[in-house]
Write a protein that binds this ligand. Sequence first.
Ligand code: SAM
Length: 358
Amino acid sequence: MKSEMAAVSENCIMEQRLNPLTGQSEWIVVKLQSESEVDKYDDFGALNERGGSLGHTLYLDMLNDVERNSAYDQAIRKVVAEGAHHVLDIGAGTGLLSMMASRAMRDAVQSRQLENEGDAVIASRVVSGKVTACESYLPMVRLARKLLRANNIGASVRLVHKRSDEMEIGVDLSSPADVLVSEILDSELIGEGLIPTLRHAHAHLLSPVARSVPHRAVLYAQLVECDYLRRRCDLSGCEAEVDDGLRLDVSKSREWYSGFSRAMHVDPLVSHLKVLSEPFEVFQFNFCEVPANHREHALNVPITNSGNVHALISWWKLDLDDEGTITYSTAPAWTREGIVIDGEITGDNVFGTFLETM
Ligand SMILES: C[S@@+](CC[C@H](N)C(=O)[O-])C[C@H]1O[C@@H](n2cnc3c(N)ncnc32)[C@H](O)[C@@H]1O
């Protein structure tokens, strides 16, 4: 999730690396032991050096995010109370959402048994649901197995070490699931393969009327002027630092970085940026529907402040339940930057096309 997150917390980060043997990207836990390693992050928490890594995430921050966890727990309880026989958890990680689903199913059974107390026949017919979970990253699978056992949930969750698109009904799942739970979102919302994963799940793993936690997501954005963000994507002036006889032509650096996006906390930048538009909705994403491979959204954004558009910052909001009463948002933290334009605004509107694609 949220790769290349900013501030270094507890000096421990998850780092996504390319495995040269398998060609696959995988996540490893990296402990930053020395000051110099912590110094790889600049004052705003962005990574200064890339090395062989593809991205960083504060997995532990995510697990400690009480607001996120409690929103998921409430929404899972709600969907299970409305009736769920088989929950599929895609991207189980530590197994947290599977444990929530298993607990919600056990509680739902107990409360139905209490309601039916005295009617032994009905009570005996109350069947507990099942949870199938999949996780592609082996160290996480091992950790999840330990945690499921430690929480006495081992038997009620079937954990499969596979990518969801390798799973099959009759092999990995006994039947199509009627509830999907997942948290395979990144800071761009759909960047972690959400579209192909959901397309496969709806076609092969879920019942046609399956519900999902989260139910829907909305991506928001805002145009800003921010010299710090501009400088991260504009190398003009850096030639002077090269003193080994080689001359790097950086005159095209703005072109190279055009449309480049990076996940980072924008909060520390607040006093360094000027907002040029109100936040606007870019697109909505419904997890209960088969997503299209590619959609384009043409938007006209009214400008509220004059200045130079250096970046587009964006964030998303989840409606965890279908009524939109249980929500979670990454605003204003965990947003991203993407340099889109570099020029003075002369009119009242900026027109742009946003791509939602796999
Ligand atoms: C952001 S973590 C979420 C973990 C856990 N569900 C939670 O909410 O705490 C996402 C996990 O999904 C796994 N993942 C992503 N896409 C997957 C897929 N299609 N099939 C199986 N695992 C996947 C990643 O390896 C990662 O461990």
